[in-house]
Ligand binder design. Sequence first.
Ligand SMILES: *Cc1c(COP(=O)(O)O)cnc(C)c1O
Length: 432
Amino acid sequence: HCLPRRQGFAMNTLSTRGQAPVVTLSQAIAAGLAPDGGLYMPDRWPTFSVKDFAGTRSLPDVALRLLQPFFADEVIAPALPAICNAALAIDPPLARFGAPNDYLLELFHGPTAAFKDYAAGFLAGCLSALPQGDKPLTIVVATSGDTGAAVAAAFHNRPGFRVAILYPDGRVSPRQAHQLGCFGDNVRAFKVDGSFDDCQALAKTLLTDAAFRAQLPLGSANSISLGRLLRQAAYYAHAALSHQRATGNVLNFVIPTGNLGNALACLLAKRMGLPIGQLVLASNANTVLPDFFAGGDYHPKPSVATLANAMDVGAPSNFERLQYLYPDTETLRHTLRAEAVSDAQIRAAIVRTRDERGHVVCPHTACAADVLDRLRARGEPGDWAIVATAHPAKFPEVVEPLVQHTIAAPPALAAMFARPSGAERLANDAAA
Ligand SMILES: *Cc1c(COP(=O)(O)O)cnc(C)c1O
């Protein structure tokens, strides 16, 4: 990297494209996307051993221990303990999953019943701890369903912030649409005439328009945000440490994957020395990652609509970070595996998982359940957790006919469904 590094700071943050000035982690979190269109990455990674986490039990404890080195000397540092305690502080349960050595990491116990609540709460805490300008910061968030609600919940009525949600009209479930439109106050929901990739491209256009940003301060909360990634690494650290304490074993993960944020966070936790074994990505019928890991070129494509709609991504934005970490394609192909799951396989997995494992799972989690079944059928040994990314009650139109009973929504979700909801139409055009 040709750009000069700052002196005297613990950590610098660089763009994956190498053409943007070096910034602090706080600046990277505030900016979201780097000005050269790249994604921010720390210039080095702390490494830990299990002993470094001695005395930590809860998720906030583990998160603080893991994230402190990143935030040393940052303006956010003094607020970090409070942010870790306030950001969704529920320890994610590692439930038994119907067979010996199989587990379900339940990440859906937050206010919008999807894993994105963890990262959104943390990001909101970080941005609130930064010096505020005199204009409110507008968080622009493109969503395939769950991010928008989690970000809205985290920033709703937070002083100094507004939220603009962009979602693909007709491509999110009715309940997701209701959730996105039910906040009001400082949150506006826009239904865009286009796909999720179009929404993401719109957000990227706005966030890289320096002139526009000078008039209207913008922030990002998409899975391109480094703040989200770091926070997500913490729940993998927590799960892996708890599991190792309980069993002495490393934990392997199957992760439902769309934009690759959640899976990348797990990989980062592993690289930092946490007791994590193999990682397998479960994709839906958007097969860009399975095709790549099977030896093909990396070919982003338009997304196709599936039952696991929060994973309908044809151009996973965090792939750029993976390539930055593993510039050698063969090394990257040895680091992860990826498998594709069709809608028919999702449906079958929901029924089979209920019958054979006694768990009702959402369509995204079902992708991982199907992949775990394939691994076990091939004789894969070890302790495996599939990541439950959302509560099944978010997708009743898919899940209820398959399991043939209604699924009660958790109380926070039920309260949202009881509120009125509405979204504004928006053309697929950054000028609009
Ligand atoms: C966002 C989301 C995913 C995909 O996560 P990425 O970080 O984009 O890979 C999977 N499942 C659910 C329920 C989601 O909301």
